[in-house]
Structures are given as structure tokens and as C-alpha cells.
Design a protein around this ligand. Sequence first.
Ligand code: TYM
Length: 332
Amino acid sequence: RPRVFSGIQPTADSFHLGNYLGAVRNWVAMQETSDAFYCVVDLHAITAGHDPAVLRNRTRLSVAQLLAVGLDPERCTLFVQSHVPEHAQLAWVLSCITGFGEAGRMVQFKDKSAKQGSDSASVGLFTYPILQAADILLYQADAVPVGEDQRQHLELTRDLAQRFNSRFGQTFTVPSVHIVKDTAKITDLQEPTVKMSKSASSPNGIIELLEDPARSAKKIKSAVTDTGREILYDEENKPGVSNLLTMYAALTARTIDELLEEYDGKGYGDLKKDLAEVVVDFVTPIQERTRAYLDDPGHLDKLLAIGADKARAVATATLDKAYRRVGFLPPG
Ligand code: TYM
């Protein structure tokens, strides 16, 4: 079975439909076919300023949502990053083989630090992708299921793995990026050319798994659509309608072509009304299951302890190997 690793940040009170369709849905599928490790990356979540109590709460919320959408601790290893200190330890070693300019070319860093101003952006934000590389390489992952926005970070990860291997000897598996094209970039409902994102300019642009389903329905009905009246899939000229079709197809396991046939002669209003219903039916049971997990934090913590133990068994072996390779003296 191939080894799979991926991570998600606990930086919002709810995941959004982009997180789910772009990444987490694939995680659920891959736990059946792979030896899968999935991580709530709380170390990454402190790179841009945070509140401790909020972080604690969001970490539990993240785990509960992942379980609610179908991750099964019997089929995958689900854990919290800070429970496995090897992530930070390997990140240090990798940071010493990463060029300053190389890290500076990461577009997410450039975007985020431009927003915050270079004086308030943290060094952690700068080294963020190196920690991400450590996450992946610790588990010797063959594949990393992510959305399109993570492609550059995955390229850096591959470069660092290759560089380390050629400098110090074969140590890390060079991972391949697993991006499912159809859902790799779910876009904002109000601004359909930019990705749906936690930092969206308007909350009306994103569908949160845990928000009031009536609110989600309303957002879909007021989504920006395009000029013209025909329902067509055309990312360039009809990005709004195309995005709605993408979400609709993914949530109902239909193809875009089937939907186009079904909506032939119908209007945007029909499409939105039906998609709103699909979304409500999708999130309602997820919300119930999330609540049930949150009602039993003791159980959640126990699952996470088991996940951390399983993760650590792999992580310590890899870190140990990497430490020997770079020449650290083994402790006596
Ligand atoms: P994060 O927490 O921003 O997002 C989690 C996952 O959701 C995907 N995603 C999307 N996919 C499609 N359309 C969208 N609009 C959309 N928005 C988000 C992301 O691509 C991601 O797969 N740096 C990572 C977390 C991370 C990680 C890792 C991922 C840390 N270590 C190791 C993989 C492997 C991040 O911020 O994801």
C-alpha cells in the first residue's frame, strides 16, 4: 500500500467546501487504498498570530469535522502535529539546506507577508513551507493529496528531499503531488476567479461546513453568476456558473456533462436552487456528527493519543535516520 500524508490548518471555526472538495474528500477515499497519515497542523496555525484558547478549540473542531466527513481512525492515522515533536526537529535540519531566496519565492509567503507588512510577518510564516516539507518527509509519503494552491509547496518538498538524499545519502522518499483536477480549485461564490479561502474578503463567498445550512443556501442563491442565461461549463467566460457546476457534480457524483444535459433549457435560478438543496442535505448530517464528537472530548483525546503514537513510531525512525545522515553524534 502506498503511503499517503496530508495536513490541514485549524485556523477557522469551520472548514469550507474548498477544503472538503479539494482535499479532505480525497483523504477519505485514500484511506481505503493507502497507508494514510492525516494531520491537523497546529504548528502551522501559529505563524500568523492567534489566540491560544481559540486555537485549542479549533484543533478539536478540526478533528471532529474530519471524523464527521468520514476519516476513520481504524483506517488511517489521524493526529495533531504538536503531539509529534519530530516535525519541528526535522524542519530545523531541512531549513539548513533551504536557500533564503528559494524560501522567499514561495507565493503564499509573498501574498501573506505583503498583506501583513514585512515588519509584522513572522519568521515562522517564512519558514512555513519547510515545516510542511518536514511533515511529509517524516512519513516517507509517496503521495500528498492537496488542492492546487499547495503545488508550489510540494515542489519545494520534492526539491528538499532530492537535495538531502544526494548530499547525505538516500533517506527520504520523494513524494508526488496528488491533485484531482476537477476540484483542485473551488472558487469564491462572490469572486469566482479567486479560490474559496478562509481569508476571503466577504463571508458570502465561502460555504462553511458548520454554518447554518439556511445561510449556505442563501449564499448559493446569491452567488455571482455570469452574463448570458445559458448553463454552460466555461471556466474562462463563465467562472461563476462553472464553479457551481463543479461543486454540484462533486457532491452528487454526477458528471458535468450529465448536469449540462439535465439543465439544458433551464436557468441559473434552477441550478442554484437545486445546488442549495444538495449542499443543505450534505452538511446537515456532517454537523450532527461533528456535534456528537465534540460532546465527548475525552473520546476525541483518546483517539488523538492513539494517532500520535502511531505517527510517532514512523516519525522517530525517519528523524533518527536523518540525524545520523547529517552527522549528529548518536546519544550514548
Ligand atoms: P489549508 O489548511 O489551507 O487547506 C487544507 C487543504 O484544502 C485545500 N484547499 C482547497 N482546495 C480546493 N479549492 C479551494 N478553494 C481550497 N482551499 C483550500 C488545500 O489545498 C489543502 O490541501 N499548507 C497546508 C497545510 C499543510 C499540509 C502539510 C498539506 C501543512 N503541512 C503537509 C499537505 C502536506 C495548508 O495551509 O492547507
